[in-house]
Design a protein around this ligand. Structure first.
Ligand code: COA
Length: 179
């Protein structure tokens, strides 16, 4: 079992019940519209998600749960779409409940994953995608030293309009230089 320990949170392997908990707890912030509403969350889909995590763990992705010190699972973070040949991947994450957002948990979780990706997996580049209106995610990328590399204009449609998608990147040498 993989466990990465931070200050306010720790990361650990997601078990079946954690996947269900996250899907039950997930709250859509209708005021922020940071991502499309994912209709159809269900226990069956949580089970399928758990199975997918197991199948691809350590191959296509490394996905871990974000846990408070008391063992409560509050989100997940992943190095995904791992390209072993080019030593690159994309980082993605989510905090399920609104009350747990903007408390520094996401930044700490991503920081632990960057350390794991660069130091343990030997990655050379980690990228991240988010939408123009997701100021929280953009702030996390800035805090971690990512560079805004590109804007795909009007790439995503939901909530009645098209939104720009932003791509951020962080290279191993930039990460090493900041440490
Ligand atoms: C995006 C997300 C993963 C970030 O995790 P988090 O734990 O909330 O992030 P942190 O608290 O570490 O950092 C968020 C930063 O953004 C800031 N922020 C949040 N909302 C903001 C807004 N609307 N405008 C400006 N800054 C904002 C916070 O103040 C904080 O910055 P600070 O530490 O300088 O005060 C989380 O908020 C989340 O799951 N959101 C809903 C789903 C989602 O958007 N997933 C990501 C898709 S790319």
């Amino acid at each position: 079992m993989l466990k990465l320990v931070g200050v306010k949170i720790y990361l650990s392997t997601l078990e079946r019940e954690h996947c269900t908990r996250l899907w039950v707890d997930y709250e859509y912030d209708a005021r922020a519209l940071t991502e499309p509403l994912n209709i159809g969350h269900s226990k069956e889909k949580a089970e399928a998600w758990f199975n997918e995590i197991q199948r691809d763990q350590g191959k296509k992705h490394v996905r871990l749960g974000i846990f408070l010190p008391d063992g409560t699972v509050i989100g997940d973070v992943a190095l995904q779409d791992i390209d072993w040949r080019n030593r690159s991947c994309t980082i993605g994450m989510g905090i399920a409940k609104i009350e747990h957002r903007s408390k520094g948990y996401g930044t700490e979780a991503a920081r632990l994953m960057l350390e794991y990706g660069f130091n343990n997996l030997g990655l050379e580049r980690i990228s991240a995608n988010t939408l123009e209106q997701n100021k929280g995610a953009q702030r996390v990328m800035e805090k971690l030293g990512f560079t805004l590399e590109g804007v795909e204009r009007k790439a995503v449609y939901f909530a009645g309009r098209r939104w720009d998608r932003l791509t951020y990147g962080l290279l191993r040498e930039e990460y090493d230089g900041r440490r």
